[in-house]
Write a protein that binds this ligand. Structure first.
Ligand code: GFB
Length: 345
């Protein structure tokens, strides 16, 4: 039986793992911790957490995260906070003899000037996009640390590299959020809070040109893949967890999918005074497909629809980033109704 510590357990991916586990019988023990349980930028607090939990395995999701605009304005904090968190967690996991640690990176860490599609061998081949160099270098260092712990102590510390993630329990705060929760929150405000205009005269603003391309993985699909990696992937080398290349969409197509989910009757326009960020970060999932050829990703529009419906309690309550148990119940109910909760085959 594994005793699995999930750091960042109250976030988007942490809650998705909780939702998937609720739907499965597992003999393993899972402990989800949030920043209120331990300050992982502090070494003693990290040690105290591991002394208390004594995990055999760690799914390390805790990090300072955010969308393009939050990264652009805070590269130093993203770099320093994430370096501290990652060094504390990996060193303490080593001191506790943890059998396996899976850390979560992101496809934004790859070089900006590169050939496509990107694959796992290209992590360190050049500078990342200037909008998120802080986050990117801190996350790249995890891969370096994983190899160093393996070389010196034989540790099985590995990493996954998801593409952009979205789903229930996301952070909707516009100033820090990623594009999908940011749009969901702004569309919600426009439809339900903006009373001065009839619906068909309302205008939704897409930040940037709408042309950048992104691959988006639904948090519940990612959760299932993380659980598969925990039991089946025993390499220190990183593994990209992304939808197929042909499922890449433009930011404007994302806006259209969100508008459809809200049944928005108004107009979509682009505000090119806002930054576009990286044009694309097209990632190959060939390695994943060689290991799990039949994995079925949720259809993008269905997942957007579910994410919009799951966001209502949070947005209606005005608490744009919370992780109350009520949400788990509401989302399980919604996801059950939409038949989204299925097993990895
Ligand atoms: O998810 P996002 O913020 O980050 O997406 P990245 C940014 C793209 O969406 C840009 C456009 O092209 C924005 O112009 N966009 C349109 C919006 N409307 C909105 C909105 O309401 N909010 C936001 N945030 N964007 C991040 C990295 O890059 O990807 C992070 O900076 C992390 O470190 C994350 O890796 C997964 O995809 O550009």
């Amino acid at each position: 039986m594994k005793k699995v510590l999930v750091t960042g357990g109250s976030g988007l991916v942490g809650n998705a793992i909780k939702t998937v586990i609720n739907g499965e019988s597992s003999e393993d023990e899972w402990i989800f911790v949030a920043s209120k349980d331990a300050d992982l930028t502090d070494n003693n607090s990290t040690r105290a957490l591991f002394d208390r939990i004594k995990p055999t395995h760690v799914v390390h999701l805790a990090a300072m995260v955010g969308g393009l605009f939050h990264n652009m304005n805070n590269n130093l904090d993203f770099l320093r906070k994430n370096m501290q968190i990652n060094d504390n967690v990996l060193q303490t996991a080593y001191e506790h003899g943890c059998i396996k640690v899976i850390s979560c990176l992101s496809t934004c860490i790859f070089p900006d000037k590169t050939s496509y599609p990107i694959d796992e061998t290209m992590v360190h081949d050049g500078a990342p996009h200037p909008s998120n160099y802080g986050y990117s270098y801190a996350k790249r260092l995890i891969d370096v640390l994983n190899h160093a712990y393996h070389d010196k102590h034989g540790c099985l510390f590995t990493s996954i590299i998801p593409c952009n993630i979205f789903g229930p329990h996301d952070n909707y705060r516009p100033e820090v959020s990623h594009v999908i929760p940011g749009m969901i929150n702004r569309m919600y405000q426009l439809i339900y809070e903006e009373k001065s205009l009839p619906d068909n005269e309302k205008v939704f603003v897409v930040y940037g040109s709408g042309k950048p391309l992104r691959q988006f993985i639904y948090s519940l699909d990612l959760a299932k893949l993380i659980m598969w990696v925990l039991d089946n992937y025993d390499s220190v080398d990183p593994l990209i967890l992304s939808v197929d290349e042909e499922n890449e969409v433009t930011i404007f197509e994302v806006a259209k999918a969100v508008a459809k989910a809200f049944d928005f009757k108004g107009k979509l326009i682009c505000d090119t005074s806002k930054a576009d960020g990286q044009y694309k970060k097209t990632a190959s999932n060939k390695k994943l497909r060689s290991l799990l050829p039949n994995f079925k990703f949720s259809a993008f529009e269905d997942a957007i629809d579910a994410s919009v419906k799951c966001s209502f309690p949070q947005l209606r309550s005005g608490r744009v980033c919370m992780d109350a148990d009520f949400l788990c119940y509401w989302c399980n109910f919604m996801l059950g109704v939409m038949g989204i909760l299925t097993k990895v085959s």
